[in-house]
Design a protein around this ligand. Structure first.
Ligand code: C2G
Length: 152
């Protein structure tokens, strides 16, 4: 049984996450995910849209993830790898080199990220929509104020 282990936030689940998990699962027989808790995300300087339990449910609903456990700090990986008896630690290559110290207990693999999609970019879409909506509301309110002035 070859276990692959990875970590992440997986907020606003998107095709970049799906394509990574699919490739990770194909590296072995079992894939386990250390899912960043809401508290750890704040430590990482990220705010989640979906809470931990929802992000966990989504990961377990995919055909690639066999188990999910909480990631609460930067230091737990070595212990997790031993507990899960993982032989491969793998991440997207935005982390390339960051976890090479784990090479003395397992194989460390970095896979190419899926371009042009990220949780941050998805959030930006909603920010832009909100700004456009606010601009529209301001225009309508100015138009109504002009009409009221003309009627008075
Ligand atoms: N990813 C990807 N392609 C994207 C976006 C993300 O391959 N377009 C990968 C990332 O490289 C990462 C995984 O999907 O391996 C999860 O990404 P995030 O949820 O952004 O996780 P991150 O904040 O990088 O947390 O201890 C490690 C951290 O918990 C990693």
């Amino acid at each position: 049984m070859k276990t692959v282990i990875t970590y992440g936030t997986f907020d606003l689940f998107h095709v970049g996450h799906v394509r990574l998990l699919k490739r990770l699962r194909n590296l072995g027989d079992r894939l386990v995910v250390g899912l960043s808790t809401d508290a750890f995300n704040e430590l990482k300087g990220k705010s989640c849209v979906f809470p931990y339990e929802h992000r966990k449910e989504i990961l377990l609903a995919t055909q690639y993830v066999d188990d999910v456990f909480p990631e609460e700090n930067w230091e737990q990986k070595r212990h997790d790898i031993m507990r899960e008896e993982a032989t491969i630690f793998a991440m997207g290559d935005d982390w390339a080199g960051k976890f090479d110290d784990l090479e003395n207990i397992c194989q460390v693999v970095y896979l190419p990220r899926t371009p042009d999609t990220s949780t941050t970019e998805i959030k930006q879409v909603f920010v832009k929509l909100k700004e456009e909506r606010l601009h529209e509301v301001r225009n309508v309110s100015q138009h109504l104020n002009r009409l009221i002035e003309e009627l008075l």
